[in-house]
Design a protein around this ligand. Structure first.
Ligand code: UD1
Ligand code: CA
Length: 456
């Protein structure tokens, strides 16, 4: 049986008060809707349809052609949003999984479980519900004296008695696709809000079709994010959930409340993560590495036993046993070899280094190809930019670069070269040479008195 998913992501998200449409708003730096799509892609769903409308380009930019789109031109409510998918799905055999685009925390095994339960119960409609101690902002599940669900009532339409109901609608549904649109088409405008509520489908279906609920035990995973406080609640939950997973896998995390690890980060056993550290994007930390405190690693590979302290690593690789920091910055494909030492106030951009290379203090290395056993003295830099273009610096193996050296690119420094401190090197240096490129020192005897008065 074919399984379709409809994600409702056309709404404005007025309560967010943000420029970004709600479903594009990031949770741990990743758009909310991407969590949903990633999980659906791993679930048993065959086809994903995202209903877009308000600022649809933003959502479409994020999801590209991973999904199909249905356009809801006017935001007339969740029922109206489902109707936007009618053209794509009406009449097809199968089941349809409906999810709100503001519920980022449900993982795919639960999605599959809900869909299986729908089939096993032989339902035409399954409403996923949960228990909330403070159910405000959620629709209440109303049942008759036999315990059958008869309707869903939104907070503002609730009687005082209904307000006390703590079983609420998650806005996740599974429906028999053949009949879904017949009923959605019958939904009438809510008089008070002027919107078509998808929740009304329960009242329409329960007498003619089999309607049941599936209760989710952990209400956090079906939490709807409606405002920026909700964003922080979802982030706190997700942070703890992800950190716990890593800790159970043998990763030591010190003061985990201050450590933020993205959904896609891979961390091997025996890694240590210290406080105030953020690991995001497609990042992998290999066995024995230590990251933090106060570090940010994004889209990067940190190899075995490397150490990153008080540093920033973006789109880069750090080799085995290499130490980075304190206060270093690697970015734009800095690929650092094994046993390097990248120390205080060193920035490395779009460069590679061989093994055993060191830049221990105050260097800028940009657009450079650096060999092994190279020593960058304190303050030595590559001068890669002439104001218009960037140029390459090539450095061989076993090179010693003295303090405060400028290597004016394009330039090639061959193997076994020694560059004297303070040199501004503009020409290539051949293998084995000593390069000195600075003015000769002149000592004028007894001349300092013209500048400083000797003390009495
Ligand atoms: C909805 C449910 C409520 C449930 C809650 C769970 C309705 C009427 N209410 O309320 O019972 O407890 O979710 O989180 O369904 N959307 C559109 N087009 C629209 C309106 C909304 O695509 O015209 C999308 C939004 O982008 C959002 C989702 O539908 O992703 C839910 O809309 P939202 O306004 O957040 O509904 P709630 O008030 O939270
Ligand atoms: Ca919501």
């Amino acid at each position: 049986m074919k399984k379709y998913a409809i994600i409702l992501a056309a709404g404005k998200g007025t309560r967010m008060r943000t420029e970004l449409p709600k479903c594009a708003y990031p949770i741990l730096k990743k758009p909310m809707i991407e969590y949903i799509i990633e999980n659906l892609e791993r679930s048993m769903i065959d086809e994903i349809i995202v209903v877009v409308g308000h600022k649809k380009e933003v959502i479409q930019e994020i999801l590209g052609d991973r999904v199909k789109y249905a356009i809801q031109t006017e935001q007339l409510g969740t029922g109206h949003a489902v109707l936007a998918a009618k053209e794509l799905l009406q009449g097809k055999e199968g089941i349809t999984f409906i999810l709100p685009g503001d519920m980022p925390l449900m993982e795919y095994p639960l999605m599959d479980k809900i869909m299986r339960a729908h089939g096993e119960m032989g339902n035409d409609l399954t409403v996923v519900s949960m228990h909330m101690d403070y159910p405000k902002a959620y629709g209440r599940i109303v049942r008759d004296e036999y315990g059958e669900v008869t309707s869903i009532v939104e907070e503002n339409d609730c009687s005082e008695a209904q307000k006390l109901i703590k079983e609420v609608n998650s806005s996740v549904y599974v429906a028999n696709n053949k009949v879904l649109f017949d009923y959605v088409s019958q939904i009438k405008k809510n008089a008070r809000k002027g919107e078509y509520y998808l929740t009304d489908i329960v009242g329409l279906m329960h007498q003619e079709r089999k309607v049941n609920t599936f209760m989710v035990r952990n209400p956090m995973v079906t939490m709807g994010v409606n405002d920026l406080y909700g964003v922080s609640v979802a982030e706190r939950y997700l942070r703890d959930f992800i950190n716990k997973g890593h800790m159970l896998n043998g990763v030591s995390i010190v003061n985990p409340d201050t450590v933020t690890i993205g959904h896609n980060v891979i961390i091997e056993e025996g890694v240590w993560i210290y406080p105030n550290t953020t690991l995001l994007g497609q990042t992998t930390i290999k066995r024995g590495a230590k990251v933090g405190p106060n570090s940010e690693v994004v889209n990067s590979l940190i190899r075995e036993n490397a150490e990153i302290k008080h540093s920033i690593v973006y789109d880069s690789e750090v080799g085995e046993n290499t130490t980075v920091g304190p206060f270093a910055h690697l970015r734009s494909h800095a690929v650092i070899g094994a046993n390097n030492r990248i120390g205080n106030f060193v920035e490395i951009k779009k460069s590679t280094t061989g093994d055993n290379t060191k830049a221990a203090h105050l260097s800028y290395i940009g657009d450079a190809v650096v060999g092994k056993n190279v020593n960058f003295g304190c303050g030595s830099i590559t001068v890669n930019y002439d104001g218009v273009n960037k140029h390459i610096t090539n450095i061989g193996d076993d090179v010693f670069i003295g303090c405060n050296v400028n290597l004016i690119a394009p330039i090639k420094i061959s193997d076994n070269v020694f560059i004297a401190a303070g040199s501004t090197v503009t020409n290539d240096v051949p293998k084995g040479a000593l390069a000195i490129a600075r003015n000769k020192q002149i000592n004028k005897e007894d001349y300092a008195k013209h500048f400083i008065k000797p003390k009495e």
